[in-house]
Design a protein around this ligand. Structure first.
Ligand SMILES: [Zn+2]
Length: 529
């Protein structure tokens, strides 16, 4: 009897959720409409998150205020937060629910050095001179994902939808500093679908290698050690670590001619010695080595190490190196992208006001860029580029090779900007970013509903992942077992600027918007374009 009972009970458990899914799948269009309406109701919160994180302006690995603020909102809304994941103090996972499927929302939170900028002002005018600022627009991503997650939580509760929602921040994305470590720590082990979001001037998604303008990379610092001496009275006693840096750089630039056109490599000297009359005993240079795939990136990395050792030999110095970041080139999932594109089409571009367009055109004019204002049309889903050219990198790449993933580009910024500069911060705490984030949140919530309610779609995404994407290419990490997240980076810079930035933190209790708090008329331009 008991046995029958157990079997009967199991059968009921197995059948009921499937029946529920099928019923709920039928309600998908209505649920999506409800989700979009709920996102609209949260517009004030979305705007506050965009503005608040903009005002924190925190560099990679130092996103303490941002993380405290965002996890505070999530904890207040019954998400369970685990702090300090993968050995990164500012990283966390916020979870709601415990059933399958597990859907992760991820987006970056760090900003750019020296990009401080008053929002809504169409020319360079920093809030704090020399300070970091959101000159990449990462301040809007959590507004998108948290808004979507809060709406989903409500719908899951109300309509008894099974599943788990997780939110994870991209810490130190500008340093390609954490996601390979998240993967190594098993953060994505039981995850079914990853929905990434990134600020753009367009509303789009992509699959495969997308437009081909992605590279993977390793980011490596070389530390040369020489011998100090009086640079005038006894230079023969010294061994210059700076000489080694300069020889490595010269060697690399000669070798560059004989590398594949797809490679992109660049460097900054992070320590060039102290003063000219002391032979520099310590010097350091920091390289990004970019290529199109794992074997070629690995080759560049090894070539860099050879160059460094050779330069050390030439100068009778020694060298060691530290990997501070790495990223596979992203590869995105076709099934999720096709699903997401339908939601992008349904949501449509935000309605830009005349003031929004005036700001966009004034900034484009100021920069000598093509003056065409904000985009009004949606990009269709296109075939991946036949021949990838390479370009920038993003450490979501490592996630995309471990779980089916897409990367939503939501329209919260102005087109034709240089990237990684003050100019890219101009729109990021204005109605352009607010409206774009609301539109992005709708697509994130609707796409999550698609996968929560249609288990066969999750399965199809995995089939593409297994049978197409990873058929011949297998993920291997660039990390050696000794590599650790470079959590000390940017500490000094942030300690210097945080006290000055603090005076300008956004206070939503007193001001409706950050523009209002700063007393900036919207838009502020030099001349009418
Ligand atoms: Zn970014």
């Amino acid at each position: 009897m008991r046995k029958f009972y157990v079997v009967g009970y199991l059968a009921a458990v197995l059948i009921v959720p499937v029946g529920l899914h099928a019923q709920q799948a039928g309600q998908l269009p209505v649920l999506k409409q409800e989700a979009a309406a709920e996102v609209d109701k949260l517009q004030a919160l979305t705007q506050q998150m965009v503005d608040e994180i903009f005002s924190f302006s925190e560099l990679g690995f130092q996103e303490y205020e941002t993380s405290r603020y965002v996890t505070g909102i999530l904890e207040k809304n019954a998400f369970h937060v685990e702090h300090g994941i993968a050995g990164v103090p500012t990283a966390w996972v916020a979870t709601y629910g415990s059933e399958k499927p597990v859907i992760v929302f991820i987006t970056d939170i760090d900003c750019i050095p020296r990009a401080s900028q008053k929002p809504g002002v169409a020319y360079h005018d920093p809030i704090v001179e020399g300070a970091p600022g959101h000159g990449e627009g990462h301040n809007s991503g959590m507004a998108v994902n948290v808004t979507a997650a809060l709406v989903l939580k409500r719908l899951m509760d109300e309509h008894h939808i099974a599943g788990t929602i997780k939110i994870i921040p991209g810490v130190a994305e500008e340093l390609l500093g954490t996601k390979a470590f998240y993967v190594r720590a098993g953060v994505f082990r039981d995850v079914d679908i990853v929905l990434g979001a990134h600020v753009e001037s367009e509303f789009s998604t992509s699959y495969g290698t997308g437009n081909g303008e992605w590279s993977g990379l390793v980011s490596v610092q070389y530390f040369f050690h020489g011998k100090a001496a009086h640079a005038a009275s006894a230079p023969w006693e010294g061994r210059s670590a700076l000489d080694a840096v300069e020889l490595m750089d010269a060697g690399w630039d000669f070798r560059r001619e004989h590398l594949r056109p797809a490679q992109r490599s660049h460097r900054v000297i992070i320590n060039g010695g102290d003063q000219p009359n002391v032979v520099p005993s310590e010097a350091a240079v920091w390289y990004y080595f970019r290529e199109l795939d794992y074997p070629h990136i690995k080759d560049l990395y090894e070539l860099g190490n050879t160059m460094a050792e050779s330069a050390a030999k030439m100068t009778a110095t020694t060298v060691d190196h530290k990997l501070v970041g790495s990223a596979w080139p992203p590869y995105l999932n076709k099934v999720i992208a096709e699903t997401q594109q339908k939601n992008i089409d349904a949501v449509g571009m935000p309605k830009w006001s005349e003031a929004d367009q005036t700001l966009a055109k004034a900034l484009q004019k100021e920069l000598g860029a093509k003056v065409e204002g904000l985009k009004e049309k949606i990009e269709p889903l296109s075939e991946p580029a036949k021949k990838p050219t390479g370009g920038g990198s993003d450490d979501i790449g490592d996630i995309s090779w471990n779980v089916p993933m897409v990367y939503l580009m939501y329209p919260a910024n102005i087109p034709n900007l240089p990237g990684h500069s003050w100019a890219n911060g101009v729109a990021m705490a204005t109605p352009i970013a607010h409206k774009g984030s609301t539109a992005g949140a709708k697509v994130q919530a609707m796409t999550a509903l698609d996968f929560l309610l249609q288990p066969q779609l999750v399965q199809q995404a995995w089939e593409y992942f297994r049978n197409v994407q990873t058929k011949d290419v297998h993920y291997e990490t660039f990390l050696s077992p000794d590599d650790r997240p470079a959590v000390e980076m940017n500490k000094e810079k942030m300690e210097k600027f945080a006290p000055q930035l603090k005076k300008y933190y956004y206070d939503p209790e007193r001001f409706k918007t950050y523009l209002e708090q700063l007393g900036i008329p919207y838009p502020t331009a030099r001349t009418k374009p």
